[in-house]
Structures are given as structure tokens and as C-alpha cells.
Design a protein. Structure first.
Length: 228
């Protein structure tokens, strides 16, 4: 019956995308699109019987824009974070997705920021746009590994997040997800029912030292081990 779930998911996604586009002209602070994102992603997790166990929500206490840094081992991570991180959050995504009819347009209208990593000048412009949104109170989730992990281990962090952090000096909040790669492995689009653990770490103040990248990564790994 997975095909039936996929059909329901597709129809619901179209409805949410249409509502996002309809309300975008008056959604100045992104609260409507954030509300719709929460409905969409929580419904999707419910539909595919994915339970998310969250710890550390108390570490998010400010309404200011933040930079959330997460490990990345499955497409399921996107739904887990958008659904369960209690903040007004968006993501930086591959620019090619903007060309997707309706869904791509809705992502852009909702405040997600497309980036073309092959073009350094264009990528820097995208980071500038994200920085402006962070200063307005919208937070961003970054996957600094750049791609999904093949074996579940945390890869090296790329400097893109450091550039964004330097532009905003926003708080950095590490996120650690475990179990998502088991429910939705890298080589499949099928989602198995089960549980995912999400640990929200304590905020880290931005530091200009290059070692700060490793400090963030070490925190993500440490919390990942605690999550099991």
C-alpha cells in the first residue's frame, strides 16, 4: 500500500504548495508559510508512521534568527527538522529544484534560498540573501557536509556555513539526527515505519577562528552518540 501513501503525499503536497503561493504576497514575516510547512511535514511523518523523539527543545529560547547545523544521512532529515525544530526555519537548497513546477515555486515563495554551488559569485549572493533573512528573524538549517552521508558517519564540514555565520554572527545551534538513514536509506525513496532521534544542542556563540568548524562538528557527533 506504499503507492497509496505516496499518492496521498503528492496530493497533500500540491495543496500546501498552492496555499503557500496564495498567501505569499501578505506573508511578510514568513509565519504563514512556516505554519503550512509544519502542517505538511508533520502530516508526512504521520502518514509514513515515523515517530520523532526530540530532546533539547529548551535550548531554543530566542526569537532571533539562528543557524541550525545538522548531520545529514537521509532525505527524511528534511521533514524531521522542518516538522520538529520549534522555530521559524527555512533551508538553502539546490537551485535546480526551483525549476520544479509548483513545488519549486512554493519553496521560493516560502523563503527558501536556492544556491548554485558551481558558481562562486552566485553562491555568495545566495548566502547574502539568507543572511538578510536571518537578521529579520528567520532561521536557517544548514547541512554542512554538502550531501547525504553514505554510511551514517558525519563527514567533513564545508566552509559555507562559516561564511554565513560570519555575515550574521547569529547563534549556532547543533542538531543531531539518528535513525533516519535506517528508515529511508540513501539508495531508496521508500520510507519504513519506525523512530528517529533528534537532539537539539545548546547554542554556540560565533567565533572567527577556523577551529570553530571542528568545534561544531564535534558537538554534532557527541550529541549523535548520546542519541544512540
Amino acid at each position: 500500500m506504499n503507492w497509496a501513501k505516496n499518492l496521498v503525499f503528492a496530493i497533500f503536497s500540491i495543496i500546501i504548495a498552492l496555499l503557500t503561493l496564495i498567501f505569499s504576497p501578505v506573508d511578510y514575516k514568513g509565519k504563514v508559510s512556516n505554519f503550512l510547512l509544519k502542517i505538511w511535514t508533520n502530516f508526512t511523518l504521520f502518514l509514513y508512521a515515523v515517530k520523532v523523539i526530540v530532546s533539547g527543545s529548551e535550548n531554543i529560547s530566542s526569537s532571533a534568527g539562528k543557524i541550525f547545523i545538522s548531520n545529514h544521512a537521509s532525505y527524511l532529515d528534511i521533514f524531521v527538522l522542518l516538522a520538529k525544530v520549534p522555530d521559524n526555519i527555512r533551508m538553502i537548497y539546490k537551485s535546480e529544484l526551483t525549476r520544479m513546477p509548483l513545488i519549486g515555486w512554493a519553496m521560493l515563495a516560502a523563503g527558501f534560498v536556492p544556491i548554485d554551488r558551481r558558481n562562486a559569485r552566485s553562491a555568495m549572493h545566495s548566502l547574502d540573501k539568507a543572511a538578510k533573512k536571518i537578521r529579520r528573524g528567520i532561521s536557517f538549517v544548514i547541512f554542512p557536509e554538502g550531501t547525504r552521508s553514505e554510511d551514517g558517519n558525519v563527514g567533513e564540514f564545508k566552509r559555507g556555513l562559516f561564511v554565513l555565520a560570519e555575515k550574521t554572527e547569529a547563534d549556532i545551534i547543533p542538531l543531531s539526527i539518528s535513525g533516519s538513514n535506517i528508515l529511508m536509506p540513501r539508495d531508496t525513496n521508500r520510507v519504513k515505519p519506525g523512530s528517529v532521534n533528534l537532539v537539539i544542542g545548546k547554542p554556540l556563540k560565533f567565533k572567527k577562528e577556523k577551529e570553530f568548524l571542528n568545534e561544531i562538528r564535534d558537538t554534532v557527533i557527541s550529541n549523535l552518540q548520546k542519541a544512540g
